[in-house]
Design a protein around this ligand. Structure first.
Ligand SMILES: C[S@@+](CC[C@H](N)C(=O)[O-])C[C@H]1O[C@@H](n2cnc3c(N)ncnc32)[C@H](O)[C@@H]1O
Length: 204
């Protein structure tokens, strides 16, 4: 994706970081808690944001969080410092992860792929850094499967994009397929718009 678009979205998250926790109620806490029970071993959370998931990681996991917004990461650091364990938090772009191939047992994302500028490239990077035996676990909102609702989302998309840099009409399952990942489990949490996904890196 062109760096102009990346800079634009990064700036938007830097700008809203102070009020993000107040305005973001898309994900219910019990969904986060449930998702993170699937995390094990060496974990990478991409788009860690203000660190809303950190308190739910099971004992025994070793967690690295990355985000391209330095201001969102500062908030995550504040939350991490209040917890009785260590977290590594780094500024990094999902589309260009600075990790070796096959590094992580679990890769986590929650409401991130609506704003990654080039989502297919992002998913390819997730696949690359996940061990062949590992998993990618996600809570992501996407375009509705109900066509007339999907069309309304297409119409409204420019508004969300302009305000916070998030797309409400991403065809996320298609993007996952294009990146070579395999959907192992898919639960609809809010009609077909919000989904819990467990993906295999599909490397064998
Ligand atoms: C809607 S917020 C969600 C934050 C957090 N995951 C949560 O559940 O509250 C999306 C986050 O993804 C980050 N993000 C989007 N595109 C990114 C990219 N290409 N590389 C790294 N972070 C990215 C944004 O900076 C932002 O912090």
């Amino acid at each position: 994706m062109d760096s102009k678009q990346t800079e634009k979205i990064k700036k938007r998250y830097n700008r809203i970081s102070g009020v993000f926790d107040l305005m973001d109620h898309m994900i219910r806490e019990k969904w986060r808690e449930d998702l993170l029970q699937h995390a094990y071993g060496e974990v990478l959370e991409v788009g860690v944001g203000t660190g809303a998931n950190l308190k739910y990681y099971p004992e025994g996991t070793s967690v690295t969080g990355i985000d391209f917004s330095s201001n969102m990461l500062k908030r995550a650091r504040e939350k991490a410092d209040q917890l009785p364990r260590d977290f590594t938090l780094n500024e990094m772009d999902i589309e260009n992860l600075e990790f070796e191939d096959d590094t992580f047992d679990t890769v986590v994302s929650t409401c991130v792929f609506c704003s990654v500028p080039d989502p297919i490239q992002g998913f390819k990077e997730l696949r690359r850094v996940t061990k062949p035996t590992g998993r990618i676990i996600m809570l992501e909102h996407m375009r509705s499967d109900t066509e007339y609702i999907g069309k309304v989302m297409d119409l409204l998309n420019p508004v969300g994009l302009r305000i916070i840099g998030a797309n409400i009409n991403r065809r996320t399952i298609h993007n996952i397929d294009c990146a070579g990942l395999k959907v192992g489990q898919q639960d609809y949490l809010m009609s077909s718009i919000m989904r819990k996904l467990i993906l295999s890196p599909n490397k064998k």
